[in-house]
Design a protein around this ligand. Structure first.
Ligand code: MN
Length: 203
């Protein structure tokens, strides 16, 4: 996929209170308006008057390293993360995606258990991803810091933000409660749409 994402603070696709009680208004105010905004501003400051001045997020992620990669990837990761939630989510995967989940992990319940276990065992800050290869085969990928499976040639489907800032206001140190809350507002309709796009481009 050759998406070209602009470097800007995208508004949340729902109201700040929309995901309560699972993700609070205060968490979204800090996570989106403070943390994500800071990654956007830092990325823009780092590319000013450089060869990356007109680059997309994806071009930066594939070419840069260090602070520029970290900040640009965090912008991409958070845009992708916030877009997967809904106050009225489709609560389970269906169709082609469910078939691939059953084939790869045994069942939807086992996928959730495996991803939750990966999130709990990831030391420090990072992301746990459900990703697809170009043929639609699913993989769980753990990445430290700002890591993203795109740079491994995989296509992200679902992101769990394992940074403390994602859950500390609502769940303090209980990362498992923060992860369990995400499943309650995760909209599988969005994940299915992402998966269908990958399959359509592999044909
Ligand atoms: Mn975050």
């Amino acid at each position: 996929m050759t998406t070209m994402s602009k470097i800007e603070l995208k508004p949340l696709p729902y109201d700040y209170k929309a995901l309560e009680p699972h993700i609070s208004e205060q968490t979204l105010l800090y996570h989106h308006d403070k943390h994500l905004a800071a990654y956007v501003n830092k990325t823009l400051a780092l590319i000013e008057n450089t060869a990356f001045a007109d680059a997309s997020l994806e071009q930066i992620m594939f070419s840069a390293d260090g602070a520029l990669f970290n900040n640009a990837a965090q912008v991409w990761n958070h845009n992708f993360y916030f877009e997967q939630f809904s106050p009225t989510p489709q609560s389970k995967p269906e169709g082609e995606l469910l078939k691939a989940i059953d084939a790869g992990f045994g069942s939807y319940r086992k996928l959730r258990e495996r991803m939750t276990a990966e999130a709990l065992s990831l030391f420090g800050s990072g992301w746990v991803w459900l990703a697809s290869d170009a043929h639609g085969v699913l993989k769980i990928v753990s990445k430290p810091n700002a890591g993203n499976p795109l740079t491994d040639g995989l296509y992200p489907l679902l992101a769990i933000d394992v940074w403390e800032h994602a859950y500390y206001i609502d769940y303090r140190n209980a990362r498992v409660e923060g992860v369990n809350a995400l499943w309650k507002v995760l909209d599988w309709k969005v994940i299915e749409r992402r998966y269908a796009e990958i399959l359509s481009q592999s044909k």
